[in-house]
Design a binder for this molecule. Structure first.
Ligand SMILES: *Cc1c(COP(=O)(O)O)cnc(C)c1O
Length: 428
């Protein structure tokens, strides 16, 4: 399998090259040349497969040229060693709980798999510096994924004052090969600085940079796995189902769309956004217009220029009619999000985090007009957004032990401005 750049189809890379480079040298995103179909036999036996086994069947054709089978199996067993339960919330609403990994967010799935690929591919050559922009959860998932991995340094850029205390503590207290940069700017600034660093000649001559954002194929492709795992757990597979994805950079949704093209019998996708709604707007009007992000309580989705949108266009050859026949988009305010957290807790005794609440709301809108069952992705543990969630609940919210431990530790970060020069000064 080769991967081409979304900016130029003849600019190709192997899986290994795509993983190590992150972004193509023409600033395009790597995209697989074809989407292999999973055989009927896979779907017949899916209820008996473990998550690493599902992952193996899905990922094999994407990576087989660069990694022997037995190494791939070991890597997946090691990376995907936590549960991804599908929980019935009420009636036809199911929550896919993606927050049972080490940093309690869905990004553990992609980040843990990616870290293992990268350490296999990179260490043999040169030391690699991973640059990662985070709006909250990516930083901790990537930092934990790479902590103590030899030959790899991780530099996390995050917007000052715009991530929750728990999120910040999870990636600023690790030390060792992890450096946290507190950027005086927005998440979009962080993301832009990372992109500019990749394109910078001097930096590229002096160091081997890579990305752990969902622009990296090894981060976004493994996310397709849990869409199959969700289907495997659906009790009644004869009723059509929709999946609602709380979206920011749209890597998660893109992975779901790829799962569908590989044969997953999902009827429809819902792109659920907060007021940073450039994709729901695109679905409505056919016009994609990026704009500065606005901060919300579902901060991991505060993205004004979603990096994976080009991959969605690529998947559907830019055909808006086709895209909107497969995806419905909705956006919600913080007020609606808070109300959903309160209501779902009160009525069904289920605690949503703000991102899951947005996905729940999107699914509710869609199921109002389409009779089917639905799955919404719960992308973070509610305790990661303790203050927001607590203020909507009367009950008590347990903080998992893992989070308590990071909270006790001392934050260490370096404050920098929001220009490429500020970043270069630190890196060089
Ligand atoms: C990153 C993140 C999202 C958005 O995922 P994308 O792949 O960027 O669309 C949603 N929820 C949580 C909790 C996240 O950390």
């Amino acid at each position: 399998m080769n991967y081409y750049s979304t900016n130029n189809k003849s600019n190709k890379a192997t899986f290994k090259q795509a993983v190590v480079e992150g972004l193509a040298n023409d600033k395009g995103l790597y995209f697989p040349e074809k989407i292999p179909q999973l055989p009927d036999s896979f779907f017949h036996q899916i209820t008996e497969l473990s998550i690493p086994e599902i992952a193996y069947h899905f990922l094999k054709p994407y990576v087989a040229d660069d990694l022997p089978d037995n190494e791939l199996i070991d890597l997946l067993n090691d990376a995907l060693n936590f549960e991804i339960p599908l929980v019935k919330v009420h009636d036809e609403f199911y929550s896919l709980e993606l927050f049972h990994g080490p940093t309690l967010a869905f990004k553990d799935v992609g980040a843990r798999v990616m870290a293992r690929f990268l350490s296999k591919f990179a260490v043999a050559d040169n030391k690699v510096t991973i640059l990662v922009a985070t709006s909250g959860d990516t930083g901790s998932a990537v930092a934990h994924g790479f902590l103590d991995v030899e030959g790899i340094d991780v530099v996390v850029l995050y917007p000052k004052g715009m991530v929750s205390e728990i999120q910040e503590k999870q990636f600023t207290t690790l030390g060792k090969n992890i450096t946290a940069l507190e950027v005086k700017g927005t998440f979009d600034d962080c993301q832009r600085m990372v992109k500019e660093a990749f394109a910078d000649k001097e930096l590229n001559e002096k160091m081997q940079l890579s990305s752990a954002n969902s622009i990296n194929v090894a981060r976004f492709l493994p996310q397709a796995v849990y869409y199959f795992a969700a289907y495997a757990q659906l009790e009644d597979k004869s009723i059509p189902f929709a999946i609602s994805v709380p979206s920011g950079n749209y890597g998660n949704l893109t992975a779901g769309l790829i799962a569908k093209q590989s044969g997953l019998p999902v009827a429809h996708f819902v792109a659920s956004a907060n007021i940073n709604d450039v994709v729901p707007e695109y679905l409505k009007t056919g016009i994609f217009k990026s704009r500065p992000s606005i901060s919300t309580i579902s901060n991991a989705m505060d993205v004004g220029n979603p990096s994976n949108f080009v991959r969605i266009l690529e998947l559907y050859h830019g055909n808006w009619e086709k895209i909107k026949s497969e995806i419905s988009g909705y956006s919600f305010t913080d007020e609606q999000t808070r109300a959903a957290i309160a209501q779902v807790y009160k009525k069904y005794n289920y605690v949503l985090d703000p991102h899951g609440a947005v996905a729940y709301l999107g699914l509710s809108e869609y199921l109002k007009i389409n009779k089917m069952q639905g799955i919404f992705l719960e992308t973070a543990h509610p305790a990661k957004f303790y203050d927001t969630v607590m203020s909507e609940l009367n009950g008590r919210l347990q903080i998992p032990q893992r989070l308590k431990e990071s909270l006790k530790k001392q934050k260490k970060s370096i404050e920098i401005g929001n220009s490429l020069d500020d970043l270069k000064e630190i890196l060089l």
